[in-house]
Write a protein that binds this ligand. Structure first.
Ligand code: NAP
Length: 322
């Protein structure tokens, strides 16, 4: 089969399309004929070997796992022993970040338990755009954030994968949403229902004097004190990503440091695929549609990652296998 293979850490140019043996499903696994995959920050970190924490996960000098790709959508081709929940022909999707990656290939093996069923009305491209970003959005806003009607909610980094799903979810809860991103993405965010938009190049939301009940951040890059200042008493700051040292500080101190004002600062720990059934329900009732910016073919994966590295995309970038 053809697959995007990384032999050493580097730039998008280090990505090569190679012929490799098609994997065989082990006990509890299925073989998926991949139709689409999407680009995530964790794939990019794996390709670059940056930040350093990525090397702790994937190998200090060279990546142990050779095929990147967390988000996968495709059709089950074969099942391993012990698999009773899926059969050949089933259309599935999911996030393989805890199951060995491997989505940027014509075939991938995955534990049956890591895959959800794709609703018939959802295209493979849409399905590939959902798993990681969708779970972070649901788990950030609902599980950690405890989003409730009437709240003032701020989404920082709203124009990307997590943000564009979080915006749609937040609006379902009848909250007032402020979406923060770069100027070029603000019109889309307004059209998608944001009540207010902020250009982060123009204004620092932590210094504006406005306060929020819930902040969902994908780009933590400031001190705990500044985020706490932007919260109403009783408010929650939930971050899914950003600068590693700052995330560690939020994880270590965020639940105790501001207890006196009942403000909570928390890091969202991704539980891959936990809420796929909930997302399916929202999709099938027309309440959630993933935003896809560009589509690339497998042989153009290098271009897809190059575009990802610019940050200029809206929503998700999808790679299709043809
Ligand atoms: N917590 C976990 O368990 C877990 C698991 C998997 C992934 N993650 C993390 O979750 C995050 C995923 O986010 P995502 O997929 O939504 O990323 P994304 O698609 O790259 O979106 C990020 C958005 O933020 C914007 N942005 C960049 N700098 C900003 C700033 N200073 N202020 C406000 N917005 C800014 C970007 O626009 P421009 O670049 O154009 O400015 C982009 O629109 C990543 O950080 C990833 O590492 C966490």
């Amino acid at each position: 089969m053809r697959a995007v293979v990384i032999e050493r850490y580097g730039t998008a140019e280090a990505l090569g399309l190679k012929e490799v043996p098609t994997p065989r499903p082990k006990t509890g696994e299925v073989l998926v004929r991949v139709h689409a995959a999407s680009v995530n920050d964790w794939d990019w970190a794996m390709i670059q070997g940056r930040p350093f924490t990525a090397r702790l996960l994937h190998g200090l000098l060279r990546p142990r796992v050779k095929i990147p790709g967390c988000d996968i959508a495709g059709r089950v081709e074969a099942v391993g022993t012990g698999v009773e929940t899926l059969q050949p022909g089933d259309e599935v999707y999911g996030d393989l970040c805890l199951a060995g990656f491997g989505a940027f290939a014509e075939y991938a093996c995955a534990p049956a338990a890591a895959l959800g069923r794709k609703p018939p009305g959802m295209t493979f491209e849409q399905a590939a755009a959902i798993p990681q970003a969708g779970m972070l959005a649901v788990q950030g806003l609902v599980d950690v954030g405890g989003i409730r009607a009437g709240q003032r909610v701020l989404l920082n980094g709203a124009g990307g994968g997590v943000g564009t799903i979080a915006l749609q979810l937040a609006k379902l809860h009848e909250v007032e949403v402020t979406a923060v991103d770069k100027e070029g993405k603000l019109e889309m965010l307004r059209t998608m229902g944001a009540d207010h938009v902020v250009d982060y190049m123009d204004e620092d939301f932590t210094q504006s004097g406005r306060r929020y009940d819930l902040i969902l951040d994908v780009k933590t890059d400031r001190s705990l004190l500044r985020y706490a200042r932007a919260l109403n008493p009783g408010g929650t700051y939930a971050t899914v990503g950003g600068d590693t040292a700052r995330l560690l500080r939020v994880a270590a101190l965020g639940s105790v440091m501001f207890r006196w004002s009942q403000k909570r600062l928390r890091v969202v720990g991704l539980k891959p695929n936990k809420d796929l059934a909930y997302v399916n329900e929202l999709f099938e009732s027309g309440r959630l549609v993933p935003v896809i910016d560009r589509r690339y073919k497998l042989e153009e994966a290098c271009e897809a990652f190059r575009f990802f590295s610019t940050g200029d995309y809206r929503g998700k970038i999808v790679v299709t296998m043809g």
